[in-house]
Design a protein around this ligand. Structure first.
Ligand code: GLY
Ligand code: MN
Ligand code: MN
Length: 478
């Protein structure tokens, strides 16, 4: 084997064309089944490439997800139309700009795009500006044009040359249908999420194996990103959360630059993207290679919460029920540890809603092209504190992909304030709680595919305490 920073023993990335045409058909069928128009043209514009203010360098480019879903096209500055009745898809890509080739190289040509993407016709965007392209797209007066509000420049449809072909703009159905269709993944999409998980899981292992050499959160952040990038995942799915000690009690901690000195545990919530599909993985591990007793107590409890929820996940299960199982396990577990008073029943503890102070977020969310993927139907104004932050509501469909990510956090503010005000005096034993503040927070997060009779865990980095300790203290290598 030649020398390499990449790990060539990882499974190869999946091959095959992105099934864009299937997605178009699926979206058209969803619209018709749900009372929308059964003909018309879906018109979408991809993301444009922008420059930084006062500078001609390019901003980071991220393709629009709804556009990618119907095209599989990762290029900037493209447009797309799908004619529902004739089942024909057209992609417009930027033309060759001879002056720009010197800087950016040759762009993809239409005939290459036809081979790469699952699209019927590929043209260039300069053609789109002519009235002819709009005529070909709409064909008749009052055709329904399904667009996403504020996501496309519609001036081409208002040009003088196409005054005789004014469409009926519909701003509702394209977005609704794509968001709902994206919930249920096909084989190709699951293969992408699986690959993002394989690479991210490997990078998590490398992080744990590096912990004895690290002295700052940013070094572990860098180790994660290095091994993702070297193995083909250049983009992070979201900003890494690399939180040492009590920083882990900040759910979306962003600083990632504080010393590890005098901290007990490290929470790493990091996931890479592969071909626009995300992994979202959290591991918590001891910085000195061995969990303290208090950290073990909390780690075991979170693992139990996750395990019991994992056992419930299958097609048709109500996500609220799975989420509440995590709270029930947390209530019983924190009572057993003495943090909640022993004389209380689990029902009484749940009724007090005190577990929302320790497990404040939802159990998980759909995962796909977005980390917090579409179609979850969250209700952030739900007055029930158990449910307000739950990003998925209702039954999980088969082949949806969801995260299972319970956590227990010791967030000093506002809990200390409430304790001072006497709020939880009937429920919390403060003398026991005081032993746990330095644990910070433990979250364990895996990504699972929902099956008819259960679920499949796509995350391959171990969450067993002994495996994590072995990597961190160097008794095993990656
Ligand atoms: N990484 C953000 C989340 O777990 O939802
Ligand atoms: Mn997540
Ligand atoms: Mn996460």
């Amino acid at each position: 084997m030649t020398k390499s920073i990449a790990n060539h023993n990882l499974p190869k990335p999946p091959s095959g064309k992105y099934p864009a045409k299937d997605h178009c058909r699926r979206v058209a069928a969803w619209i018709a089944e749900n009372g929308g128009p059964s003909s018309g043209v879906i018109y979408l514009q991809g993301q444009t490439l922008k420059e930084h203010e006062d500078d001609d360098t390019e901003q980071h480019f991220r393709q629009r997800r709804h556009f990618y879903y119907l095209t599989g096209c990762e290029l900037p500055d493209c447009s797309f139309a799908y004619d529902i009745a004739s089942d024909t898809s057209t992609l417009w890509i930027p033309p060759v700009d001879p002056g720009y080739v010197m800087w950016a190289g040759m762009p993809l040509l239409p005939k290459e795009a036809l081979e790469r993407y699952d699209i019927d016709v590929v043209l260039t965007t300069d053609e789109l500006k002519s009235g002819k392209a709009v005529e070909n797209m709409l064909k008749k007066q009052n055709e329904t044009l399904l667009v996403i509000k504020d996501r496309a420049d519609l001036n081409i449809f208002h040009a003088d040359s196409v005054k005789h072909l004014q469409p009926n703009f519909d701003y509702e159905w394209a977005r609704r249908s794509i968001e709902q269709c994206r919930v249920v993944k096909d084989e190709h999409e699951i293969a992408m999420i699986r690959h993002a998980n394989i690479v991210s899981s490997y990078a998590h292992q490398r992080v744990q194996a590096s912990v004895s050499a690290a002295s700052n959160e940013q070094e572990l952040n860098a180790v994660f990103m290095l091994h993702c990038h070297a193995n083909g995942c250049k983009e992070m799915a979201y900003g890494c959360i690399c939180a040492a000690g009590t920083n882990a009690s900040t759910l979306h901690y962003v600083h990632n630059n504080l010393p590890l000195e005098n901290k007990l545990n490290m929470l790493m919530d990091c996931g890479a993207e592969y071909n626009c599909y995300c992994a979202d993985i959290t591991r918590t591990f001891p910085l000195n290679g061995r969990f303290t007793q208090e950290s073990r107590d909390i780690y075991s409890l979170v693992l139990k919460m996750q395990g019991e929820c994992m056992g419930m996940i299958k097609a048709g299960v109500m996500w609220e029920d799975v989420h509440m199982r995590a709270h029930t396990v947390a209530a019983a577990g924190l009572r057993e540890l003495g943090i909640f008073k022993q004389n209380l029943s689990v029902e009484q503890i749940l009724e007090s809603k005190v577990t929302t102070r320790f497990f404040p977020h939802g159990l998980g969310h759909y995962l796909g092209m977005d980390t917090h993927d579409t179609g979850g139907n969250a209700n952030y104004s739900d007055p029930d504190p158990y449910l307000a932050y739950l990003r998925v509501r209702g039954k999980l469909p088969v082949n949806s992909v969801v995260t299972n990510e319970p956590g227990i956090y010791f967030r000093e503010f506002p809990l200390r304030q409430e304790l001072k005000d006497g709020k939880w005096k009937e429920v919390i034993d403060e003398s026991v709680l005081d032993r746990y503040w330095s644990v910070g927070g433990v979250r364990i997060e895996d990504d699972v595919v929902v099956k008819e009779d259960g679920c499949e865990n796509l995350t391959t980095v171990s969450s067993k305490m002994e495996d994590i300790e072995a990597l961190c203290n160097g008794t095993v290598e990656v």
